[in-house]
Design a protein around this ligand. Structure first.
Ligand code: PGA
Length: 315
């Protein structure tokens, strides 16, 4: 390539391109500053330097949002590829270096946070030089992270559709009607429609469990009396402990309270429904040895949970 075509290579830095990419993706200078742990003046300065090199504006401000100009768009398409390629190179090098040190970044669905930390703990005991960063989110938040290629791998409540990922089943995640042990329906043989007048505790929109049970309820033509919408499994757990209503929840998230006799699984025909956790990572991703080892341990834990679920069967 002749030297005169290498203006950007000569005069721009990778950091400037990274800042530019972050602003373009987040439509905001301040969000990009936060993401990259920089101050806003630093972010603005990096962009200004890039603009000075290219002698054309890259962003325009419409209302409170920042949009790419036509030149910005042209740059963005290439920068996206360059940064993705750098990430691939970094992953390959980490893989070659082995895992004398390093970091595994994962994001897990809310229900999986009840078993993954134990596995991570065992992993860190076995590989003390590796650190693990684990984020927890609902379905919507995880799909966003997958799209932005934020983590090494993900644990989800269902296989992600329409995304360029490899996914496989990891463990059974049964969903059942659960109520406080003092609830009058505990111990009765029930049909779904017997719960028609019960106050129902519902998860927030964006929740995978909510989407799943709404579909199942449609099949039963069952419309729950939604008394409260609660934004997490934890809030649902507290609502159940206060006997505010019944819900359909992932049994593993409530196992302690069920074992302590504080909450009970209701005996409703057709339930528990066997849902599964899925492990997923971007197609073409070169997983580090450390990430592969953690996946191995998660698979062993998943198999064990499957065996337990089979043994307990009636919960
Ligand atoms: P949610 O996901 O937190 O989005 O409901 C839970 C699950 O799908 O297991």
């Amino acid at each position: 390539m002749p030297e005169k075509n290498l203006l950007l290579a000569r005069s721009a830095t990778l950091r400037q391109l990274q800042v530019f990419e972050s602003i373009a993706r987040l439509h905001s200078f301040s969000k990009a500053a936060k993401e990259l742990h920089l101050t806003q003046p630093t972010v603005s300065m990096q962009v200004k330097k890039l603009v000075d090199v290219l002698e054309t504006p890259l962003f325009e401000q419409v209302g409170r949002k920042t949009y790419l100009t036509e030149a910005g768009l042209a740059l963005y398409e290439s920068v996206d590829i360059i940064l993705a390629q750098l990430q691939v190179a970094e992953q390959k090098i980490n893989h070659i270096k082995g895992f004398a040190g390093g970091r595994v970044k994962i994001s897990v669905i809310t229900t999986a946070q009840y078993f993954v930390p134990k596995v991570v703990h065992a992993f860190m005991d076995a590989y003390p030089n590796v650190s693990v960063v684990m984020r927890v989110g609902n379905k919507e938040q995880l799909l966003q992270r997958i799209q932005q290629n934020k983590d090494d791998f993900y644990l989800l409540g269902q296989p992600p559709e329409g995304l360029n990922v490899v996914s496989s089943q990891l463990a059974v995640n049964p969903l059942a009607f659960v109520a406080n042990a003092a609830h009058p329906l505990v111990g009765k043989k029930l049909q779904v429609l017997d719960l028609i007048n019960e106050a129902f505790l519902m998860r927030e929109s964006g929740s995978g469990i909510r989407a799943h049970i709404e579909k199942v309820f449609d099949e039963y033509q069952f419309q729950p009396q939604v008394k409260m919408v609660l934004g997490s499994n934890e809030a649902i757990r507290l609502g159940l402990l206060q006997n505010l209503g019944v819900t359909v929840a992932s049994i593993p998230t409530l196992m302690d309270e069920i074992n302590q006799g504080k909450l009970c699984v209701l005996d409703v025909a057709g339930f528990p429904i066997n849902r599964y956790w899925y492990l997923a990572y971007a197609k073409g991703k070169v997983l580090s040895i450390a990430a592969e080892k953690l996946i191995e341990l998660l698979r062993v834990a998943g198999d064990e949970m499957g065996r337990q679920a089979f043994i307990q069967h009636s919960y």
